[in-house]
Design a protein around this ligand. Structure first.
Ligand code: ADP
Length: 203
């Protein structure tokens, strides 16, 4: 099955673009959603998180406290490594199980993985046939995430500083969706890529 890795900086519009592909019949696996799933109340990562970080890493409802963990790993590289040592293998297992089910189902012409840090992670690039980057200017990213999450400009810039630069992502891209403009500019771009991916997939 043809496998596409969709990536882009925070706020670039990955989710929006991925939804347009899904509406055209692509299978989607969003690794961010899997990360939320395993750290939700009763999630697969919760027992190991509790053991590694103690009850302070959980909220009252039993979900991982994302804000507390974000702050912790920001200042403590060893804690970051421990957290990723728990979550990354679980995300990988779930990703592989879902991909196997999608392939077995035979309903989709191709499979898109949504991977925010694809360019940053060594292993992902080798696992996909093509890298699709959703691109916009850094100023637009900041404005969108401030509006979406209620973060300050400084908070958004701190997150962006830990991600690849725009130029690095573009250098890794086989295909690009330009999302600097209005949402109305997206469907035609997605249609064109969907046609190309169907052709490449022989579907
Ligand atoms: P990502 O998944 O890359 O973080 P999203 O798809 O969630 O990005 O988009 C970030 C925010 O910007 C969302 O609130 C979304 O509705 C908005 N957005 C995305 N694309 C556009 C666009 N072309 N014009 C205006 N707002 C957009």
């Amino acid at each position: 099955m043809l496998q596409i890795g969709l990536t882009g900086g925070i706020g670039s519009g990955k989710t929006r673009v991925a939804d347009l592909f899904a509406a055209r019949g692509a299978a989607l696996i969003d690794t961010d959603l899997l990360a939320h799933e395993i750290t939700a109340p009763g999630g697969l990562a919760i027992p190991a998180l509790l053991e590694a970080f103690g009850p302070a890493c959980l909220r009252a409802d039993g979900a991982m406290d994302r804000n507390a963990m974000r702050e912790l790993v920001f200042s403590d590289p060893a804690a970051k490594a421990r957290l990723e040592g728990i979550t990354h293998p679980l995300i990988r297992q779930l990703t592989e199980a879902r991909a196997a089910a999608i392939r077995a189902g035979g309903l989709h012409p191709y499979l898109i993985y949504v991977v925010p840090l694809l360019v940053e992670s060594g292993s992902w690039r080798a696992r996909v046939d093509r890298v699709l980057v959703v691109d916009c200017s850094e100023a637009t990213q900041v404005a969108r995430v401030m509006a979406r999450n209620g973060f300050s400009q400084g908070q958004v810039e701190a997150i962006m500083a830990r991600q690849a630069r725009r130029s690095e992502r573009l250098a890794a891209a086989d295909d690009v969706v330009d999302n600097e403009g209005p949402p109305e500019a997206l469907p035609a771009q997605v249609d064109r890529l969907d046609q190309m991916y169907r052709t490449l997939a022989g579907a």
